[in-house]
Design a protein around this ligand. Structure first.
Ligand SMILES: [Zn+2]
Length: 331
């Protein structure tokens, strides 16, 4: 069985995965071990044929170790995929498609697809449960009116308005995991069910003074808050939202420094990627690579990643004078 702790650098990845057979062999090993399972009907103990593919004796389908994974139908050498996966797992701030393009010698569009397919593996689990001390906060991306030309300004968009901004809601368990997602709006009626799903009842919640959090006590949580509008950021040493704000700061840094442009439609994937990075922050590169490899070998979500190829309308946002705004790009 392959020992992922040996992958301490890109060089070790390139050296190990030096031909297509080794790549496929490793993928099959990680995916099935000794018991090859048919991806079509779930039959165990399928047999390997002389040409390297597998045959299911039950449903009579032939398949390969790539069937049903993000690598299915790929025309790229698997080595390039694995190098890209290693780069993504080892760079704390992520890598851009331009970087993948240069490092893996692929065109930028291919690099973009690789990145998005790999990001698809990070999907946050609905089963996460935050407990103990949980901080929550919202962040708004896009559209600071003060920096726009008069003719492009939209009325009444200050503060928590979502007319021109995309809200993201996040919760972090102190010393534990973070859960974050794009939301339609930041009204209590939208956020409370999310809190109910991810935060164990009885937990102590920490927020700012916003009205949207006033129902936390009614919903079975202890609720402590700081008043940011009165420039109060920490009270009694313990009451603050510095944890979740640290996550937002990290998220913005990554997007501005690495990606420059984030499509509004794919924002959830970027959020998932940063949540994954945050939640695995104590792992080293080879542990993260192993985890990613496992997810890639076992994933069956090819159909939903395929839909990504239909991307045409990209909306970008940029940091300029410390502000964020959207730029519409046509196909
Ligand atoms: Zn079968």
């Amino acid at each position: 069985m392959i020992d992922f702790s040996n992958f301490k650098s890109v060089i070790s990845v390139v050296k190990h995965f030096n031909n297509e057979d080794v790549c496929k062999q490793t993928l099959a090993e990680v995916r099935w071990g000794d018991d090859v399972v048919c991806p079509h009907c779930g039959q165990h103990h399928c047999v390997k044929r002389a040409d390297g593919r597998y045959r299911c004796n039950h449903c009579k389908h032939n398949f390969s170790c790539l069937t049903g994974t993000i690598f299915e139908n790929t025309k790229l050498p698997l080595q390039k995929w694995f190098i890209a996966m290693y780069l993504i797992s080892s760079h704390k701030k992520g890598v851009s498609s331009c970087q993948i393009m240069r490092d893996c010698e692929v065109c930028q569009k291919t690099a973009w697809f690789i990145l998005h397919k790999i990001r698809g593996l990070y999907g946050q689990s609905d089963a996460v449960s935050l407990k103990g001390k949980v901080e929550m906060d919202e962040m708004y991306l896009g559209g600071r009116e003060a920096n726009k030309h008069e003719s492009k300004k939209t009325e009444g968009t200050q503060g928590r308005s979502t007319k021109t901004k995309t809200p993201i809601f996040g919760m972090v368990e102190r010393g534990g995991n973070v859960v974050a997602m794009k939301v339609d709006n930041t009204q209590g009626a939208t956020l409370m069910p999310i809190v109910g799903q991810f935060v164990e009842s009885g937990a102590t919640t920490y927020t700012d003074e916003a009205n949207i959090y006033h129902n936390l006590t009614k919903n079975g949580y202890e609720h402590l808050f700081v008043n940011h509008s009165k420039r109060e950021y920490v009270r009694a040493n313990d009451i603050h939202t510095n944890g979740i704000e640290g996550f937002w700061a990290h998220f913005k840094r990554v997007v501005f420094s690495t990606y420059h442009c984030v499509s509004k439609d794919y924002l959830p994937r970027y959020i998932d990627e940063q949540v994954y990075r945050w939640n695995t922050r104590k792992w080293n590169a080879s542990q993260r690579f192993e985890d990613m490899f496992n997810k890639a070998a076992k994933s069956f979500g090819y159909a939903d990643v395929l839909s990504l190829s239909s991307v045409v309308d990209v909306v970008a946002w940029r940091d300029k004078h410390n502000s964020y705004y959207w730029i519409a790009k046509t196909a």
